[in-house]
Design a protein around this ligand. Sequence first.
Ligand code: ATP
Length: 236
Amino acid sequence: MSGPVLEVEALTKRFGPVTAVDALSFTVARGTTAALLGANGAGKTTTLAMILGLLLPSAGTVRIFGRDLAAHRYALLPRMNFSSPYTDLPHRLTVRENLTVYAKLYGLDGVRRRIERMAETLDLGTFLKRPTGKLSAGQRTRVALAKALLNDPELLLLDEPSASLDPDTADWVRGVIERYRAETGATILLASHNMAEVERLCDDVFVMSGGRIVESGTPEAMIERRGLSTLEEVFL
Ligand code: ATP
C-alpha cells in the first residue's frame, strides 16, 4: 500500500464543556516516526486514545493503512499496538504471565518464543518471574514496551516511552525503538515531553496546544527556524 499509514482528519473530542482535541489533522508516512509534543493538557493522550479506538471521537476520522478505523476496527487493531507508562498490567501476575495473557489476547502463535525474544530485547530476564506489582516504575515501562512489541505491530503508538527511566536506561530504550523500526519498517507515533528523545527518534514533529497543532515540521527545521543548536532549547 502506498500513501500514509496514519491519516487523522478534523479529529475532535469534547468532554462536556472541555474540547480536549479540536479539529486536529495530520498524517504519518509509512516507516517514519512522528511526535506529538505539547504541555500537560495539550491533548496528546486523548489523540492517541482515539487512534487506538479506546475513545470515540466527537467528530472527525482516523484512517489507518488507508481504512477508516470506525468501520474496520477489528481488522486494524491486530496490526497495531501501544505502550504507555499507565498501561494496566495485572499486578498479581508475573511478567511472563502478563506477556502470555497479552499474546493470547492477540491470538499469536509461538507465544513462548515471542516472550523469550522480548525478554532478550528489553532485558527482562532477571524479573520475568516477578509479579508486575513488585516492579519498579522503570521496569514496568520496559514490560509495557515488551507487551507493545509482542505482536510485531506495523503501527506503534507510544505515550511517553521513556517515562520513569533513568537517563541511561531511557537512552537504551530509545535504541530498542530505533532498532525495531529499522528492522521492521514500522510506523511510529509517540507523545513526549522529552526533547532529546524527539530529536533522536522523530522525522516529524507536531506541536499541540489547546487540542490543535500550532507548529509542525522536522526537528531540524524547528531548530533552524529559531537559530538554536538543539530541539531541547525550543521548549526551555
Ligand atoms: P499530559 O502530557 O499531561 O498527558 P496531554 O497532552 O496528553 O497531557 P490530555 O490528557 O489529552 O492531554 O488532556 C487534554 C484535555 O482534556 C485536558 O484539559 C484534560 O483535563 C481533558 N481531559 C482528558 N481526559 C478527560 C476526561 N476523561 N474527562 C474530562 N476531561 C478530560
